[in-house]
Ligand binder design. Sequence first.
Ligand code: GAR
Length: 199
Amino acid sequence: MKKIAVLVSGGGSNMQSIVDSTKKGVLKGIAKVVLVISNNVCAYALERAEKEKIKTACFERKYYSDDRSYDNDILRALKSCEADIVCLAGYMRIVGKNIIDAYPGRILNIHPALLPKYGGKGMYGHHVHEAVVKAGECKSGATVHFADENYDTGSIIAQQEVDVLKDDTPQTLAKRVLEAEHKIYPEAILKIITKKSEE
Ligand code: GAR
């Protein structure tokens, strides 16, 4: 059984979809979520995790003097739960080099667009959907990729296209993209676990 740690900042619907897939979906019998870490004490994702009886931890950057000591604490928590895979699920921070180096090819991120389009600094959450609608795109979608030290540049593991409808608002588009995210994230995790066990 592979151990997954999930990093979150907000609502945690992607975290929930990963947990659900370990209970009754593609990750059943293959992986379990052992720790949910938030950088935001108010994140609803923490409540969701507690309801699922999953261990939680919260590290707020404002209590640290620098990024390195902050990321060191996160790394310690990941090591103490013996995480095999780290999933960023609406985690609104860049992950430190010390963490990236400790988990080569084992840190995944989900992004609500078809990367490399609509990625990069400042392109997160509703900003992405606003930009897509404003540009008049007819396709958007979701991407799971490996996390690296930059924003949204790691190699792509899975993508799913979503139509942008003529009367879409950023909110209606976000909802449809989120449904695609919930489907492809567990599948992408399975793909990485399967690939690793073949190596
Ligand atoms: C998701 O749409 C995720 O793709 C996005 O934040 C949302 C989190 O929702 N992440 C980014 O924009 C990262 N660049 P959730 O908390 O309900 O999973």
